[in-house]
Design a protein around this ligand. Sequence first.
Ligand code: PEP
Ligand code: MN
Length: 339
Amino acid sequence: MIVVLKPKTTDKDISKVVNLAKKFGFDVNISKGAEKTIIGIIGENVYERRESFEALNCVEEIVAVLKPFKLVSREFHPEDTVINIGDANLGNGNFEFIAGPCSVESMEQMEMEAEFLSNLGVKFLRGGAFKPRTSPYSFQGLGIKGLEILREVADKYNMKVVSEMMSEQDLELFEEYVDVIQVGARSMQNFRLLEKLGRSTKPILLKRGFMSTVEEWLLAAEYLFHHGNDRVILCERGIRTFERYTRNTLDISAIPLVKNLSHLPVIVDLSHSTGRRDLIAPLSRVVVASGADGMMIEVHPDPERALSDGQQSLNFNEFETTYRSSMKLYQIMEEFVWS
Ligand code: PEP
Ligand code: MN
């Protein structure tokens, strides 16, 4: 960590920084320039003390030499991480789809979904049972009943269940019914929830918060690692910008960026990124070409009658076309571009 002092600092100022460093057991390296003095602070976990240095009046800025996240970083773990979920994998060089409705609505609906999706070759069935709705008057999900339905149909069609957990109190329930626990965009910085999920053995699908930077997102993943869970899948789902034609703005640059910064698998949720069914097919090609490990899409047997997010859900025909063309493009990319 480098401490840059304000211009015209005195020896007394320098001693203040040095004494503080000594107090914490760190070594220092002082470099006095014509304009500015900078002091290198060397030692284990120096960043934990960053704010103590920042609080000194003579300090202009602190420059971090290392990235603030470690366990999720590519430097720490150069190979891509593969997450095994039963007989399915994420991040192993294949492209996986996570599909299903925004909300679980009934057994009949989920039976149709699972039958259709599993026949296509989709391994991951999504569906919200506890829904994070902006309004308390919107459909809130079927709760435990929704999880039971998901488990039953997923077992019948040999699929894996992905569903969002909003409260740390529900962990036991989710450990029983769900294969991948989703942390929603609104919960990405719920640190108590992350701590609790860090102690779970279930893989976590960590959505990017819609107001979060890539660094904040990776630090949220670092929380999970720090508390013991290294089975994390990152999911870009669009961020809030001034653009209003789309619900969110898909940050496609985040995919190659995060793949550089981290060893974790990264997927894209195209339904929440766009909020519009008509943009999903064209953007699915962009997602495949970006090098993502997979894609999440909301699918409904009758989107016009969906209890939530129908406007960003594909019907079965639309999904099938998108699925098949994505898989074809993936093969072409593998054969002619990435090889
Ligand atoms: C969802 O996937 O159902 C959802 C609510 O997504 P997000 O947290 O990204 O808004
Ligand atoms: Mn939704």
